[in-house]
Design a protein around this ligand. Structure first.
Ligand code: UDP
Length: 430
């Protein structure tokens, strides 16, 4: 076996820049995943190149994170933020830039790990052109998403077709939870090879500060009852459920109750619109005095918020994994989450938190109250959550499993019929 130190891997994350600030529109779990997987693989000796689309002239083209791990940005289409449903048309330009860069720098990638469906499309094309093998992580499944949204975008059929094809042709698919794998099998295809490797979290960062110190740092009283939400402002994150649950809570009107809704937003963009809507509901329900919106919380300050909270609420309508839940648990804080997707995998009801049916205001209120009103139990749940994350969800553990997977794939000979001549033009249908 060749030493891992000679291995080079490309992580493609076309729309999710691993080097960007997290917590604003279109920058969430995928960006965190790619960045942390990349850095942890580099610690194992891989040379990691993470490829993404450049969205402004002010952005550096290459960001060196650590000696073995860098982000490489290519302009494809206008140098500006473009919502992901409108990005597919710029993929050929991105792939051309990738191929040129690879040639000019004499880079050879035996494995390309793609993230989200547009990158999957790029990975399938590269397979034909440079013979690279493909590992793919979905981050979100069109078949699940389109079942829950009202407006299906025109790109939907392209996405669904790509998601099916990559499942059937990639050397390996990474599902981040058994629930995600089940959805792939039920809704996408029964063909293809799926491994379960979860998302991870930084267990040094989250868990680095205790509750008392965190409350002092944030100027929160020791006996405050603190309910925390962290994440993007997106209708499907279910923040409305949390807010309405707090109106039903037995602690409604209690002067010790505090609600913090953390996450960035840009006025006029879709997250800004959702934030305005949530603030409107907060006002209407008489919760304004006890609710704060601190805006985007940096990864540096987040551990303090999680540690200070009595409970972290993840009320998403759906979540393929849900990093916020494991970040809170790693910080010793119990989680009340929707009983869906990856949250059913990470949160163990009665042991590390509680699960409630999505959008069920009464059940969320009940679960939150149960935890806040019993500090001893809350502490026990928090400690158990911390242990669970430390043993199952560290980035180094995740990267170890991915590294093993890449090596297995590299060592498996490519069947002769899979080596195909490059096509003159990508089979690119808009
Ligand atoms: N996040 C952050 N600051 C914020 C809000 C969110 O750093 O103000 C991070 C959060 O810590 C987590 C990620 O964004 O790592 C959200 O990931 P998750 O899987 O929970 O949701 P997604 O955004 O992928 O839907």
């Amino acid at each position: 076996m060749n030493p891992q130190s000679e291995r080079r891997i490309a992580l493609i994350s076309f729309h999710g820049d691993p080097a960007i600030e997290i917590g604003r529109e279109e920058a969430g779990g995928q960006n965190v995943y790619v960045r942390n997987v990349g850095e942890a693989l580099a610690r194992l000796g891989w040379q990691v190149d993470m490829y993404t689309r450049r969205v402004s002239a002010a952005q550096e083209e290459i960001v060196q994170h650590t000696p073995g791990c860098r982000t490489i940005r290519f302009s494809a289409g206008p140098l500006e933020f473009i919502p992901r449903d409108e990005l597919f048309q710029y993929l050929p330009e991105f792939i051309d830039k990738f191929l040129n860069f690879q040639q000019e720098n004499h880079l050879v990638y035996e494995v390309v790990h793609t993230n989200y469906w547009m990158s999957a499309w790029a990975g399938m094309y590269l397979k034909k052109v440079i013979g690279s093998k493909q590992v793919h992580t979905y981050h979100s499944l069109g078949a699940v998403k389109y079942a829950t949204v009202e407006n299906i975008p025109p790109i939907a059929s392209q996405r669904l077709e790509t998601e099916c094809k990559v499942l059937e042709t990639a050397e390996r698919i990474v599902a981040t939870s058994p629930q995600e794998r089940a959805h792939m099998r039920q809704l996408v295809s029964t063909k293809g090879s799926i491994d379960i490797i979860p998302c991870g979290t930084d267990i040094q960062r989250f868990g680095s500060i205790d509750r008392d110190a965190a409350r002092v740092a944030l100027n929160i009283e020791p006996d405050a009852k603190l309910v925390l939400y962290v994440g993007r402002f997106d209708h499907r994150k279910g923040i409305e459920t949390l807010v309405r649950a707090m109106r039903k809570s037995q602690f409604y009107g209690d002067e010790k109750l505090q609600i913090i809704i953390g996450g960035g937003s840009v006025p006029g963009q879709s997250d800004g619109v959702e934030r305005d809507r949530i603030e409107g509901i907060v006002d209407e329900l008489g919760l304004r005095a006890c609710t704060t919106f601190p805006g985007r919380l940096s990864q540096e300050i987040l551990p303090t918020y999680y540690a200070a909270a009595d409970v972290c609420v993840v009320p998403s309508h759906y979540e393929p994994f849900g990093l916020v839940a494991i970040e809170a648990m790693a910080s010793g804080t119990p989680v009340v989450a929707s009983d869906v997707g990856g949250l059913q995998f990470t949160v163990v009801p009665g042991e590390t938190g509680l699960l409630a049916p999505p959008q069920d205001v009464a059940e969320f209120a009940k679960a939150i109250d149960q935890i806040i009103s019993n500090p001893e139990w809350r502490h026990k749940l928090g400690e158990a959550g911390k242990r669970r994350v430390q043993t199952k969800f560290s980035w180094d553990g995740v990267a170890n499993q991915l590294s093993e997977l890449y090596l297995q794939i590299i060592q498996t000979p490519t069947p002769v019929e899979k080596v195909v001549a490059p096509e003159a033009e990508p089979a690119f249908s808009k």
